[in-house]
Ligand binder design. Structure first.
Ligand code: SF4
Ligand code: SF4
Length: 240
């Protein structure tokens, strides 16, 4: 059964997709230079991916992918940690954003877990075709909107794992519902994943400038108003 957190996550994905459809980018199917191992996510996004793999009986295939860890960048601060530091008026040292190896879920230039890919993959977009090794030209409205949505997703997963996608997936691979991985993966891998992770933090406030609010607030309103049964996402996140 899909958990309440996963239902909220799917609602957030749905509203972001509706918002993003109205924006013009050059991104297209089979354009995949952005598909590296630098993707970050929360545990709830990992739960959704593991559920998809279990329900489709692809655990052996997936266990092979989880062992393809290569070069990756690991941010030291979560998005909400970064926001909290900025909102306190403290300086944040710039991170290093080097290349990562290709994502193991990329097959024939397409994402093999497309329907359940993490939010970091959903919000990545460029106004110009990316060249390998060069940064994407992310539209400003995309950047501010996606940062705000990432903050909400991290808030949803507060207290749980946050970090590199493959590390989170490995850390979740020895949960009881994923126990088949215990036979399929080297025993030390879940701990190796956990060693690189930090905890997701609650939302300290958004990092939106006044001029960005006009563009982003319809999206945030749609997310907060999204209904799951009798309650909106806003009610659920505020324990009402
Ligand atoms: S972000 Fe860049 S590499 Fe990724 S789909 Fe868009 S244009 Fe292609
Ligand atoms: S999960 Fe899919 S969309 Fe995300 S980086 Fe990997 S191949 Fe690309």
């Amino acid at each position: 059964m899909v958990s309440l957190k996963e239902e909220i996550l799917l609602g957030i994905y749905e509203e972001f997709e509706k918002w993003a459809e109205q924006k013009e980018t050059i991104c297209a199917k089979s354009c995949a230079a952005c598909c590296t191992q630098n993707v970050t996510m929360t545990a709830v996004e990992g739960d959704l991916i593991h559920r998809f793999i279990r329900e489709n009986g692809r655990m052996e295939w997936f266990a092979g992918k989880l062992q393809k860890k290569g070069t990756t960048q690991r941010p030291e601060m979560t998005t909400n940690g970064f926001a909290a530091t900025c909102l306190q008026g403290e300086d944040v040292a710039p991170g290093s954003y080097g290349n990562g190896d290709a994502c193991p879920f990329l097959e024939d230039d397409c994402c093999s877990i497309y329907g359940v890919r993490p939010f970091s993959c959903r919000c990545f977009a460029s106004e110009e075709k990316c060249m390998p090794g060069a940064p994407a030209v992310i539209p400003e409205s995309y950047l501010s909107a996606s940062t705000a949505v990432m903050q909400i997703i991290e808030h949803l997963g507060q207290g749980e794992y946050w970090g590199n996608m493959l590390d989170v997936l490995l850390a979740l691979s020895d949960l009881p519902e994923n126990r088949k991985y215990v036979e399929l993966l080297p025993a030390s891998l879940p701990d190796q994943g956990r060693a690189h992770l930090v905890k997701a933090l609650p939302l300290p406030g958004f990092l939106l400038l006044e001029e960005e609010m006009e563009e982003v607030s319809p999206l945030l309103q749609a997310i907060f108003a999204y209904r799951i049964g009798e309650r909106s996402i806003e009610d659920i996140l505020n324990n009402r």
